[in-house]
Design a protein around this ligand. Structure first.
Ligand code: ACO
Ligand code: OAA
Length: 377
């Protein structure tokens, strides 16, 4: 690097832009810690509500703190009429990510703390958003089938209630648990593209809901959260295991990105995949869907053999959400429901020690030149 030729790190690859105390992604040890706790242990022992408090406050809650938050969360689940209208009036041609993005924006407009940017108000906003997003996602899936909204149930925890509001039937404990695991695993992942987006917006001293809306937009893309939906479309396109290898060879020959594989940080496998794959395996066994397992394994093995590239969390999550009964375009909104925890934790962390995020660029356009005299105004 010379004074006149700055080093360009396309995509900020490998660039450390700030510190965070929220999570530690360590590709060398293939580990992920939320506030110091291994995500596998949290997925085994904790409810989504406990993980939310952990991410926001830095500590797992005491039983009293948890009970108080659970009561608050249960009381905040029902949609405000303005948010319900925004969802039901959205054209059915709109992608569910567009609908949840708009619904969050409307939810922000009417948040009682909308004019208050204090840390206490931001935590209240984060809690209200966390409580409300499941009903947004559930209603949007239901209306696409011509079904009515289902009211939240205060006797159910976060995970069971989200499933109840979507399907209106009680799923088995095992099914609810698979869903809980996915929500815990998706909750937080350091400076990924959507979280960084939220931090950029926050760095201008904008508000929490604007940052989350921007983050939803970043998550939608198939190189990020949109990959869980794309995995299922890919499985539909392939059909069954017997076609997987030929499909992959053709896709790689035509330089297609294989959805659900690869990662910017993990190059030897995603720390969350074994936990989510085990959850998917339980669901597959319960449903007797060995055909899906065969397709999953055949494609994964062939990708490892051909390219040495391993699955990321979206690879097992997509088929798990499919087996639970979610429509494929609802998968990424489910990621939103979970990642709201991480985004809002990062928004609060950024605001507490803010510096405007504004990198430099190296200009490579035309040299300075003059407008020709003949050009008229
Ligand atoms: C929850 C999440 O957001 S996890 C990510 C979800 N996204 C996906 O699953 C989409 C598919 N994956 C990808 O597109 C990429 O792996 C990304 C975007 C996730 C990471 O990309 P990067 O860190 O920029 O990896 P990079 O592009 O440098 O990949 C290195 C090489 O592997 C190839 N590669 C990486 N992932 C894939 C893939 N999924 N399919 C085919 N080839 C791939 C690249 O084409 C590149 O090859 P080249 O050196 O011949 O050009
Ligand atoms: O960290 C990333 O780049 C993407 C990812 O896995 C996530 O956001 O969960």
């Amino acid at each position: 690097m010379t004074d006149t030729t700055p080093e360009i790190r396309k995509g900020l690859a490998g660039v450390v832009v700030d510190t965070t105390a929220i999570s530690k992604v360590n590709p060398a040890t293939n580990s992920l810690l939320y506030r110091g706790y291994p995500v596998q242990e949290l997925a085994e022992h904790c409810s989504v509500e406990e993980v939310a408090l952990l991410l926001w406050t830095g500590e797992l809650p005491t039983p009293d703190e948890l009970a108080a938050f659970e009561a608050e969360e249960r009381a905040g689940r029902a949609l405000a009429p303005q948010v319900r209208d925004a969802i039901t009036r959205a054209p059915l041609t709109a992608h569910p990510m567009d609908v949840v993005r708009t619904a969050i924006s409307v939810h922000g407009e009417i948040d009682p703390d909308t004019a208050d940017a204090s840390p206490e108000a931001d935590l209240r906003k984060a809690k209200r958003l966390f409580a409300a997003v499941p009903a947004m996602v559930a209603l949007d899936q239901r209306r696409r089938h011509g079904l009515d909204e289902i009211a939240p149930r205060e006797d159910l925890d976060y995970s069971a209630n989200l499933l109840w509001m979507t399907f209106g039937t009680e799923l088995t404990e095992a099914e609810i648990d698979v869903f809980r695991v996915s929500m815990v695993l998706y909750a937080e992942h350091s400076f990924n593209a959507s979280t960084f987006t939220a931090r950029v917006v926050t760095s201008t001293m904008s508000d929490l809901h604007s940052a989350v809306v921007a983050a939803v937009g970043a998550l939608k893309g198939p190189l990020h959260g949109g990959a869980n939906e794309a995995v299922m479309h890919m499985f539909d396109e392939i059909g069954d295991a017997s076609a997987a290898v030929a499909w992959l060879d053709e896709a790689l020959a035509s330089k297609r990105k294989i959805m659900g594989f690869g990662h910017r940080v993990y190059k030897n496998g995603d720390s969350r995949v074994p936990t989510m794959k085990a959850a998917l395996d339980r669901l597959i066994a319960e449903r007797g869907r060995d055909d899906l397992l065969a397709l999953y394994d055949t494609l994964g093995d062939a990708m490892a053999e051909r390219k040495g590239i391993l699955p990321n969390l979206d690879y097992p999550s997509g088929p798990a959400y499919h087996l639970l009964g979610f429509d494929t375009p609802t998968f990424t909104p489910l990621f939103v429901a979970s990642r709201v925890m991480g985004w809002t934790a990062h928004i609060m962390e950024q605001a507490a020690a803010n510096a405007l995020i504004r990198p430099l660029s190296a200009y490579d356009g035309p040299e300075q030149r003059h407008v020709p005299q003949a050009v008229s105004v």
